[in-house]
Write a protein that binds this ligand. Structure first.
Ligand SMILES: [Zn+2]
Length: 242
C-alpha cells in the first residue's frame, strides 16, 4: 500500500486539528518500543499505530492464554496458545499499514536489549514485573532514551515518565521487592484500558512535543474516577549524577 503524506492522510483528519500537521509529521517520524503486549501493551500499541506513529517495535515472551482475553484486546479466541508478538504485529499492520511494525517474541534481557530495541525515541513499559522493568530503566539511562512506565492492579494504576538526566529514574520509585502472586494480578479489562489510554496519550503528547510533566507520578483510582499527581524531586534519584 502506498501511504499518503501523513499531514494529508484522511485517517488522521480528526486529530490534526489538535496536534497540527507538524505534529502529525513528527508522529510519522517517531520510533517507539512497546515492551509487554498484555493488557497495557494491547491498548497502547493499537492507539499508537492508529495515531500514525512511524515505527513500533513490539516485544513479548508469552503465548495467548484464555485468561488474557478479558483485557488483551489485540487477541481473540482463535489466538489462544499462539505467540503474542507476531499476532499483535499482524493485527497492528492491518489497523495501520503505514506504521512499520517490528516484533520480537522472547524475554528482554541485559544481554539482548541493545539488539532488540536499538535506537528509539521512546520506550513504553507495559510489563507486569519489576525485574524486566529495571532492565528497561538501566537501558533507558545508558542510552538517554525516555521511558514511560505504567502499571496496574485492581482498580488502581500508576504512570511515571522518566527522562534520563532530567527526572528521577524508575529504579528510585520501584518497590523493594517484586510481588509474584499465584494466578496473576487481578484486573478488570476496562480498568487496565484507563491506564493504557492515558499512557498512550502521554506518549503522543511527548512525541509531538507538547508534554510538560515528566518526572510526575500519576496515580489513577478508576473506581473513584480520580487522578492524583506527585512531583518527584529529581534530586531524589540516588543513582544519577543530577
Ligand atoms: Zn535513580
Amino acid at each position: 500500500m502506498k501511504c499518503p503524506p501523513p499531514a494529508k492522510d484522511p485517517r488522521y483528519a480528526r486529530q490534526i486539528p489538535i496536534i497540527g500537521e507538524e505534529g502529525q509529521e513528527k508522529l510519522s517520524k517517531s520510533k517507539v518500543a512497546i515492551v509487554g503486549l498484555g493488557g497495557l501493551g494491547s491498548i497502547t500499541s493499537q492507539y499508537l499505530a492508529a495515531a500514525g506513529v512511524g515505527e513500533l517495535i513490539i516485544i513479548d515472551s508469552d503465548v495467548v492464554e484464555d485468561n488474557n482475553l478479558n483485557r488483551q484486546l489485540l487477541y481473540d479466541t482463535p489466538s489462544i496458545g499462539l505467540p503474542k508478538a507476531p499476532i499483535a504485529a499482524r493485527r497492528l499492520k492491518s489497523l495501520n499499514p503505514c506504521t512499520e511494525i517490528k516484533w520480537y517474541q522472547g524475554k528482554l534481557t541485559e544481554e539482548n536489549i541493545d539488539e532488540v530495541i536499538g535506537e528509539v525515541d521512546l520506550i513504553l513499559d507495559c510489563l507486569d514485573n519489576w525485574e524486566t522493568r529495571l532492565v528497561l530503566d538501566d537501558y533507558s539511562w545508558r542510552k538517554g532514551i525516555p521511558l514511560l512506565h505504567a502499571a496496574v492492579e485492581q482498580f488502581y494504576g500508576q504512570i511515571y515518565f522518566s527522562i534520563p538526566g532530567k527526572t528521577a529514574c524508575l529504579r528510585c520509585i520501584a518497590p523493594r521487592q517484586d510481588t509474584k502472586r499465584e494466578g496473576g494480578i487481578p484486573v478488570i479489562g476496562a480498568g487496565v484500558g484507563v491506564i493504557a489510554s492515558l499512557q498512550a496519550l502521554i506518549a503522543i503528547q511527548y512525541l509531538v512535543g507538547v508534554y510538560k510533566e515528566p518526572g510526575t507520578l500519576i496515580l489513577v483510582d478508576s473506581k473513584r474516577g480520580s487522578i492524583d499527581k506527585i512531583r518527584i524531586d529529581p534530586s531524589a534519584c540516588r543513582c544519577s549524577t543530577l
